[in-house]
Design a binder for this molecule. Structure first.
Ligand code: GTP
Ligand code: MG
Length: 657
C-alpha cells in the first residue's frame, strides 16, 4: 500500500494531554492481602530450658520509649479541663453505647453507679506522688458528682487524642522543637474559624509515625538512545553508531531486621531510583540506573495508597521487587535495516512507574504484655530480656511499644513486646492502648500483668480483659497468662489468695511474681514460651511464598508488553474529539523522540500498521476532527488522492493551537 504523509510545510506541535506513564491502578486487580498469619517461627525446643536472664545480645533488644518530663503530668489545667469536655469526646463516638453497657456490666459486678462513669477510685488504682490536692478539689467542686470524691489520679489529659487521625499537616506541631521530647498536653480542643465546631488534635506525630508511614516510590526512567554516525578516517559512510540508553533503576522493598519502627520514614518520604544513562556515539550503551532499596522493619504491611494490600514482609532479608525500571531507548544503530541503512531516529527512554505507598507496621512479637497503666509491664520486660524500657511510678511511662528478646538455651528465642497501658475505653481511643493494641494481633500469646497493689486487682483484670474483647474478639481468644505482680508489697500479698481463688473459680490459673525482685518471673516466661511453642506448631501451614513477592513488578512488565494493536476508540461528538487509548500506544508515544524527523514518519506508519487509521475512518472521522493518541493531540486531515485508490484517507498531525 502506498503511503503518503501530508506533513507538508506544517510544523508539528504536540500537546500532551496526560502523562503517558503506565498506570499502576491495575494492581488493584490483585486479590488483596495475603494471610497475615503466615509468620514462621523458628523450631523451638519444648519444654523450655532454663531462662538466661542476661543472655540477650544487646543489639537485639530495642526500645522506643521516650520518657516525658514529669512536669507534663502536673494538674495545672485539670480544673479548667473539666471532665465534661472529655466525656463529650467519648460520647461522640459510635462505640459509646457499647461502652456504656460495659460500664454498667462492671458497675453491677463491683457495686458502683455506672451512670457516673468509672472513676479511678472505682478502678482502685493508686499513683504515688500524683494525688489530687485539696485546691484542685475546691476548683473542681461543681464536678464532684462526676469525678468522684478523693479521686487520686485522672487520666483525662490523655483522653484527648483523636485516634486514627490522618492529618498530614500537623506533624511538626506536636513537638516542642527538641527531637524526642514530646509535648503531651491537652491542648487538643481547638475552635475552628466559624467557632461552632471543635477539632481534636491527632495523636502526636512520633506515635503516629511509629507504625504508619506514607512514602513515594519511583522507578528510574530509561536513558535515551542517540543518533550518531561513525566518522573515521578511511572509513567512508561509516553507518549509524548511536548507542541505546541504559535501563532505569528498580525499586525494591527489603526487610531490615535491625529496624523496629517506621519512624525513619518521617524524614525521608521520596524514594527515586536512578535514571539510566543516555546512549553515546560509537555504539556505547548507557549505564543502568541505580536501584533503590526501601528498608522496612519486619512485620510491615505494604499497601498502594488508597488501594489494596500489595504484600506483607515478615522475615529479615525478604526482598520484593516492587517497581521495575524503565527500558532504555534504542539508538539509531538499532534501527538500521536493509531498507534504511542511515536511520535518523532514536527513542526516548521509557518512564519508570511511580506510586504512593502506605506502610503499616504490626510488630512481629511472639508475646505481648498487656495490663493497666503502672502494673509493671516494662519492669517485667526489663527483667526477662536485655531491653531497657523507661520505668517510672506514673501511668503512661511507656508511650511506644518496646521489644525485647528472651533467650533460652540452645539458641531458642522469644520476642516479647511491652505495650502502653490499657485504660477503660481504650478500644474507643482512650489512653494510648488503642493505638498499639493492633500490635498484639501478631502475638500468639498475651501476658496479662495485674497490679497486685491496686485496691481491686480483680476489677482491674476484668476491665482490661473487656477492653481486649471490645477491641477485637480475636484478640480476646488468644491464649493468655495472668501474672499477679508486686508480690513484694504487703497489700499485694494480702490480696493474692482472694484473687487467686476468684480466678481459679473461673478456670484461670494465675501466676504471682514480683517483677522488681525477679521472683516468679521465670515461671511466667516459661509458661508463655510453652504456649508460644504450641501455637507455632499449629501455625506451620500458612507460610508465605517468598517467590510471590515480585508479582507487582511482574504485572507491570506484562502491562508494558501490551501489544500496540490493542486499543479502544471513543468519540465525543460535541467537541469532535476521538480518543484512541491503549497501554501499548501510550508507551509508544512516550518513547517517541520527536526531535528526529524519521520519528514522525515512523509514528504515521505505526498508526497505519496497527489499524488506528482504518478504525477511525470506519467510525467516520472527518477533516478537522481532533484525535488524541496516547496523550498526544492531533488533527485529522484527509490526504490528497494522489497516491492511488488504495491510499484512501490519511490523517496528519498538525498544530491545534
Ligand atoms: N514493689 C514493686 N514495684 C513494682 C513491681 N513491678 C513494678 N513496680 C513499680 O511500678 C511502677 C511502674 O512500673 P512500670 O514497669 O513502669 O509499669 P508499666 O506497666 O510499664 O506502666 P506504663 O508503661 O505506664 O503502662 C514502677 O515504679 C516500678 O518500680 C514489683 O514487682 N514490686
Ligand atoms: Mg511501661
Amino acid at each position: 500500500m502506498a503511503f503518503s504523509t501530508v506533513f507538508s510545510a506544517t510544523t508539528l506541535h504536540f500537546k500532551p494531554l496526560s502523562s503517558s506513564r503506565p498506570q499502576t491502578n491495575s494492581n488493584k486487580q490483585r486479590p488483596s492481602n495475603k494471610n497475615p498469619k503466615t509468620r514462621k517461627l523458628k523450631s523451638l525446643s519444648y519444654p523450655p530450658p532454663a531462662l538466661h536472664s542476661s543472655a540477650v545480645e544487646g543489639g537485639d533488644a530495642t526500645t522506643f520509649t521516650r520518657l516525658p518530663p514529669k512536669d507534663d503530668f502536673i494538674f495545672d489545667n485539670l480544673a479548667s479541663q473539666s471532665l465534661s469536655e472529655e466525656i463529650k469526646l467519648s460520647d461522640s463516638n459510635p462505640a459509646a453505647t457499647t461502652t456504656r453497657k460495659l460500664d454498667e456490666k462492671l458497675g453491677e459486678k463491683y457495686g458502683f453507679d455506672s451512670r457516673n462513669g468509672i472513676s479511678q477510685e472505682n478502678l482502685g488504682l493508686g499513683y504515688e506522688g500524683y494525688e489530687v490536692t485539696d485546691d484542685l478539689d475546691d476548683e473542681n467542686e461543681g464536678n464532684d458528682e462526676r469525678s468522684g470524691k478523693n479521686m487520686r489520679f485522672d487520666y483525662g489529659r490523655f483522653e484527648l487524642y483523636e485516634v486514627g487521625s490522618d492529618d498530614e499537616h500537623d506533624d511538626e506541631d506536636d513537638f516542642d522543637g527538641e527531637e524526642g521530647l514530646m509535648v503531651f498536653e491537652s491542648e487538643g480542643v481547638e475552635e475552628e474559624e466559624d467557632g461552632t465546631k471543635e477539632k481534636e488534635k491527632g495523636v502526636p506525630a512520633v506515635m503516629r509515625c511509629f507504625d504508619r508511614a506514607k512514602i513515594f516510590v519511583k522507578a528510574g526512567d530509561g536513558g535515551n538512545g542517540v543518533v550518531a554516525f561513525r566518522r573515521e578516517k578511511f572509513v567512508p559512510l561509516g553507518g549509524p553508531s548511536g548507542g541505546d540508553g541504559g535501563r532505569g533503576g528498580n525499586v525494591y522493598v527489603e526487610v531490615d531486621g535491625a529496624m523496629n519502627s517506621l519512624l525513619p520514614f518521617r524524614k525521608s518520604v521520596h524514594f527515586r531510583a536512578g535514571r539510566g544513562s543516555h546512549g553515546q556515539g560509537q555504539q556505547k550503551n548507557g549505564a543502568k540506573g541505580e536501584n533503590v532499596v526501601v528498608k522496612v522493619p519486619p512485620g510491615t504491611v505494604v499497601r498502594e495508597s488508597g488501594g489494596d494490600v500489595l504484600f506483607e514482609l515478615l522475615h529479615p532479608g525478604q526482598r520484593a521487587l516492587l517497581l521495575p525500571g524503565g527500558r532504555g531507548g534504542r539508538g539509531n544503530a538499532s534501527f538500521k535495516t536493509g531498507m534504511n541503512k542511515v536511520p535518523k531516529i532514536a527513542e526516548n527512554g521509557e518512564e519508570g512507574p511511580e506510586m504512593w505507598l502506605e506502610l503499616e507496621l504490626k510488630l512481629v512479637a511472639d508475646v505481648g504484655i498487656v495490663g493497666a497503666p503502672n502494673a509493671g509491664k516494662s519492669t517485667f520486660l526489663s527483667v526477662i530480656s536485655a531491653a531497657q524500657p523507661a520505668i517510672a511510678n506514673y501511668p503512661f511511662t511507656t508511650l511506644l511499644p518496646n521489644l525485647g528478646v528472651v533467650s533460652f538455651d540452645y539458641d531458642a528465642t522469644m520476642v516479647v513486646a511491652d505495650l502502653p497501658g490499657l485504660l477503660e475505653g481504650a478500644h474507643r481511643g482512650f489512653g494510648l492502648g488503642h493505638e498499639f493494641l493492633r500490635h498484639t494481633e501478631r502475638c500468639s500469646v498475651l501476658v496479662h500483668i495485674v497490679d497486685g497493689s491496686s485496691e481491686q486487682p480483680e476489677y482491674e483484670f476484668d476491665a482490661v480483659r473487656l477492653e481486649l474483647e471490645m477491641f477485637s474478639p480475636e484478640l480476646a481468644e488468644k491464649p493468655y497468662i495472668v501474672a499477679y505482680n508486686k508480690m513484694d508489697l504487703p497489700e499485694a500479698s494480702e490480696n493474692w489468695p482472694s484473687f487467686k481463688e476468684a480466678l481459679q473459680a473461673r478456670g484461670i490459673e494465675p501466676f504471682c511474681m514480683s517483677a522488681v525482685t525477679g521472683n516468679g518471673t521465670q515461671e511466667v516466661t516459661n509458661s508463655a514460651y510453652e504456649l508460644v511453642c504450641k501455637n507455632a506448631a499449629n501455625k506451620e501451614e500458612g507460610i508465605l511464598d517468598p517467590t510471590d513477592l515480585d508479582y507487582v513488578a511482574d504485572m507491570m512488565q506484562k502491562q508494558r508488553a501490551a501489544p500496540i494493536s490493542e486499543f479502544e476508540i471513543s468519540h465525543d461528538s460535541s467537541t469532535k474529539t476521538w480518543h484512541v487509548m491503549g497501554a501499548g500506544l501510550q508507551r509508544f508515544v512516550q518513547m517517541t523522540n520527536w526531535r528526529y524527523k524519521d520519528s514522525e514518519r515512523r509514528f504515521q506508519h505505526v498508526l497505519e500498521a496497527c489499524g488506528v487509521n482504518k478504525s477511525l475512518m470506519k467510525l467516520g472521522v472527518k477533516e478537522g476532527d481532533t484525535v488524541i493518541v496516547g496523550g498526544m493531540e492531533l488533527v485529522w486531515h484527509d490526504a490528497p488522492d494522489s497516491s492511488g485508490p488504495t491510499s484512501g484517507k490519511k490523517w496528519a498531525a498538525e498544530s491545534v493551537e
